[in-house]
Design a protein around this ligand. Structure first.
Ligand code: 5GP
Length: 273
């Protein structure tokens, strides 16, 4: 999406460790005209999908999700980060490793807001290693609902989440895909021709389109089902493609600068008892 790419080029700040700061328009101060254009584009891309709910994760996905929901005329549900979970049977829950903090959060959605009849469009601001999306997919699966698609504002194509989700057959549309970015020069290169145009008919990436992935931090496998392994494929994949080699992130691997990137840390999760 040209408008978003231009804005990222103009106002995005490339930080170290593969982080893009866009807090002046996307996830701290919010440019609602831009969000509206993004919502319109997602509506165009998923026009044929029978979407009944938009699902996102707090906090930075909520703003975009609300504007997208307006275009679809459906409610937004956001997964809440919880410090403690009372497994009283009223919540779906999973664990998600935060890209920004390296920590693993329990996240929950109340069962009354997601059920087997729902057709869900998942929306988030960024896609990096795919931990957040895998957790959201798991919540949809727990509910017996259907993932109609995934809409992302900014995918970092040099980190492995997008390639992995497409390989597993998910219909993933990213409005801007950053192919590379250089913290020294600030230069940002976008993938030529959007995934949208090339893949809209199949929702599946050609294998030659896979990013190199190796630059990304991986979701922490040690965090149980927090990322990757938990989510089933959307459709049976025709072939198994080995995952690119990735470094395993730990909560100690984030530098102070990394932890403080991109508009500051997300708020601490609320306690749910
Ligand atoms: P993933 O779970 O795919 O590894 O990371 C996605 C989540 O981490 C998003 O919800 C987003 O909030 C955050 N994130 C990942 N990379 C970036 C980035 O480069 N900049 C910002 N601002 N947030 C990011």
């Amino acid at each position: 999406m040209e408008l978003l790419e231009e804005r990222i080029r103009r106002d995005g700040v490339v930080k170290s460790e593969g982080v893009l700061k866009v807090d002046s328009f996307l996830n701290h101060q919010l440019d609602i005209d831009l969000f509206d254009a993004m919502g319109e584009e997602f509506k165009r891309l998923f026009a044929d999908a029978p979407v009944t709910k938009i699902l996102t994760i707090e906090a930075s996905g909520i703003g975009i999700a609300c504007v997208v929901a307006r275009h679809f005329g459906v409610p937004v549900v956001f997964a809440k980060k919880a410090q403690s979970i009372n497994l009283d049977g009223e919540m779906y829950s999973t664990r998600i490793q935060s890209f920004t903090h390296g920590r693993v959060y329990d996240v929950i959605v109340a069962k009354k807001f997601l059920g087997p009849d729902d057709h869900v469009l998942i929306i988030d601001d960024f896609l990096a290693n795919g931990c957040a999306l895998n957790g959201l997919i798991e919540l949809v699966n727990e509910a017996g609902a259907t993932v109609e698609g995934i809409g992302i504002a900014v995918e970092k194509g040099f980190q492995p989440g997008g390639a992995d989700l497409r390989e597993r057959g998910y219909r993933l549309e990213s409005l801007a895909i950053v192919e590379s970015m250089d913290p020294d020069t600030g230069k940002i290169a976008f993938r030529q021709g959007s995934v949208t145009k090339r893949e809209a008919s199949t929702g599946r990436a050609a294998s030659g389109d896979l990013g190199d992935g190796a630059a990304g931090r991986a979701c922490d496998g040690a965090a149980g089902q927090a990322c990757g392994a938990a989510a089933a494929p959307a459709v049976p994949a025709p072939a198994v493609v080995p995952a690119p080699p990735v470094a395993v992130a730990s909560s100690t691997s984030a530098s102070p600068e990394f932890a403080a990137f991109a508009g500051g840390p997300r708020e601490e999760p609320e306690a749910h008892s």
